[in-house]
Design a protein around this ligand. Structure first.
Ligand SMILES: [Zn+2]
Length: 372
């Protein structure tokens, strides 16, 4: 879900909308226009229902944005800059430049979101009950937005990390055990249990009762589970590789191939050394990297006449690092760009090769043997 586009910038914070939001926008407007509004206010034209539906959906969209700004403004106030806000299918994410430094900060930043939604729900709900006359389309639209803000607040307070409720739970555990990583593990654990519970209930609803709303529960549970796992591994990267440089992890016993080798010779190298990739070097010049993946499109009968130079990934398309690049940063970059390997170069000379597999092996070692 990387396909987002920027729609505006408020107080210096870019606001992006994920493609999935367009779908929810359409589904929401459709449900409101075709079923909800006709059921609460009868006898209007379908044009009126549609216009009201679209305006209501826009207000709802604004409510989610205001929720995110609740988080962002408190974060900025606490000295944590906000990179951007992205609105997804189920709500939004305020991307902070760094993790909160203390449990107290995390508690405040996180609680601000649901509190904002709750406040909107109370104001609009109060307005509806005390001032408006029920039964006309404007009042009912306002009441609908009030209810949805209440749902946004309550849903986000479910203690499943990385939902707001899970973050609040983590900050409380963190406050007591003084260990952010352990607190995160506990919060992700609770989130896992809840997400499996949601998926289980969803399955029962679908298969025992034939209730298709169960599919939403399964989907939601799965999303929360994935999000929890990935934010935990990000944190583990940071903790495992903190202070380490690429030079401590790269392999320096380099086996290279020449750009003039043919693919028969290259195949021999793959079979003999059992590496997944070779740097392509001629003299002192590094031309790029060649992987098994590069070979697979060339039919076998053409191997003898095809040279490595024709299939290699050129140096400018390869991830190139210096020996003193920060290792945690590289691991994040490799994970987000889905890159398996990087060449390590110093003053134009190839000095090492760093693979994601090597880094994963180091992480496992670190987990089993401890940080020493
Ligand atoms: Zn939130």
């Amino acid at each position: 879900m990387n396909s987002s586009f920027r729609i505006m910038q408020i107080k210096g914070i870019p606001v992006e909308v994920n493609i999935s939001w367009l779908l929810i926008f359409f589904l929401f407007s459709l449900t409101l226009a075709q079923s909800y509004f006709p059921s609460v206010v009868a006898g209007l034209t379908s044009q009126t229902y549609w216009i009201s539906a679209i305006i209501t959906t826009l207000i709802l969209f604004t409510s989610v944005l205001v929720h995110e700004f609740g988080h962002s403004l408190v974060a900025i106030n606490e000295g944590i800059p906000i990179k951007k806000i992205t609105l997804f299918i189920f709500g939004g994410v305020s991307q902070m430049e760094s993790e909160p430094m203390s449990p107290g900060t995390e508690f405040k930043v996180t609680a601000a979101g649901p509190l904002t939604s709750l406040l909107i729900a109370l104001c609009l709900g109060g307005f509806y009950y005390l001032i408006l006359t029920p039964g006309n389309i404007i009042s009912e639209a306002i009441f609908f937005v009030a209810q949805l803000n209440l749902i946004i607040a309550v849903f986000n307070l479910i203690p499943a990390f990385p939902l707001d409720g899970g973050r609040i739970f983590r900050s409380i555990v963190w406050y007591f055990n003084k260990n952010m990583l352990k607190a995160t593990r506990i919060a992700v654990g609770l989130g896992s249990i809840l997400s499996y519970l949601a998926m289980g209930i969803g399955f029962l609803q679908v298969f025992l009762q034939g209730n298709l709303y169960g599919l939403w529960l399964i989907f939601l549970g799965w999303m929360i589970n994935q999000a929890g796992q990935s934010s935990y591994s990000q944190l583990v990267f940071k903790e495992t590789f903190s202070g380490m440089k690429v030079s401590e992890l790269m392999s320096t016993s380099l086996q290279t191939v020449s750009p003039d080798d043919n693919l028969d010779e290259l195949a021999e190298c793959f079979l003999h050394y059992k590496f997944g990739a070779f740097p392509v070097v001629y003299g002192s010049t590094t031309h790029g990297l060649v992987t098994l993946q590069n070979m697979k499109d060339i039919p076998r009968e053409k191997w003898a006449e095809t040279r490595v130079s024709r299939i290699l990934t050129p140096l400018k398309e390869v991830m190139v690092l210096t020996p003193d690049t920060d290792a945690a940063e590289v691991m994040m970059k490799m994970a987000t760009q889905n890159t398996g390997r990087a060449l390590v170069m110093e003053n134009g000379d190839l000095v090492g090769l760093l693979s994601r597999t090597d880094m994963m092996r180091f992480m496992q070692m670190h987990m089993v043997l401890g940080s020493d």
